[in-house]
Design a protein around this ligand. Structure first.
Ligand code: ARG
Length: 228
């Protein structure tokens, strides 16, 4: 098959927007998570090592980071959307997601009930898009990343926050005063991004996902990050 060209020989550079626990986050100076494990399999298949580049999600989802050659691929718990497909190519889906609202326990979760209150969202995300379409009268507050967004919920700077179910359910496990107060079945699917036209790399990524699913490796990684 066609030769995969990496930006730096021997290295698969992955653009991601930290923190997005449990998909990618830093612990003891190391970036770990579900997406990291999955992309390690891609690197292995290419006889390379993975190097992670932390960069604002906005530049990832707009395609700027991929088209400018900042990274070989983008793995960022990123939803496949038609708008994004204009700017870069997606792998086959590897994970499903919905939107969810997290708030202090007992907070009403309907947008109607959040009117006049502050709802945090993460810049450039499908959560932002969903809130802007469906939450008229709710005061929307922008955050650069998930860490800042959830911190604002914790400190009461906002009344609630919207983001993907996987990350907010993970967060409430360690924050017992908070809960997921609503979920919207947006039917999202995550994909890995590559520069438009990089069919050789896309093929390796798709083969890796398919092989991980059939070998049981995918389930092992899933259990590692979502099993507890
Ligand atoms: N799934 C959502 C989207 O694609 C949020 C992704 C945010 N990812 C991140 N690493 N910060 O818009």
């Amino acid at each position: 098959g066609a030769q995969v060209q990496l930006i730096t020989a021997g290295k698969v550079t992955t653009c991601t927007g930290l923190p997005y626990k449990p998909f990618q986050y830093e612990e003891n100076g190391k970036v770990i998570g579900f997406d990291v494990d999955l992309m390690d399999l891609v690197a292995k298949k290419l006889n390379a090592t993975q190097e992670i580049v932390d960069t604002p999600f906005e530049g990832i989802q707009s395609g700027v980071d991929l088209s400018s050659g900042k990274c070989d691929l983008a793995a960022a718990g990123m939803t496949i959307t038609d708008a994004r497909k204009q700017n870069f190519d997606f792998s086959d889906p590897y994970f499903e997601a919905t939107q969810a609202i997290v708030a202090k326990k007992g907070t009403p979760g309907q947008f109607e009930q959040l009117k006049g209150k502050k709802l945090g969202y993460q810049n450039g995300t499908t959560g932002q898009e969903y809130a802007q379409k469906n939450a008229p009268g709710v005061e929307l507050v922008n955050f650069e990343d998930l860490g800042l967004e959830l911190n604002a919920v914790e400190t009461g700077v906002v009344d609630a926050a919207i983001n993907d179910n996987g990350v907010v359910f993970d967060w409430v496990k360690d924050h017992p005063d908070f809960e997921v107060v609503n979920q919207f079945d947006t039917g999202e699917k995550y994909g890995i991004g590559v520069k438009k036209g990089n069919a050789a790399l896309l093929k390796v990524i798709n083969e890796t996902i398919a092989e991980a699913k059939s070998s049981g490796e995918y389930d092992k990684i899933y259990q590692k990050w979502f099993g507890k």
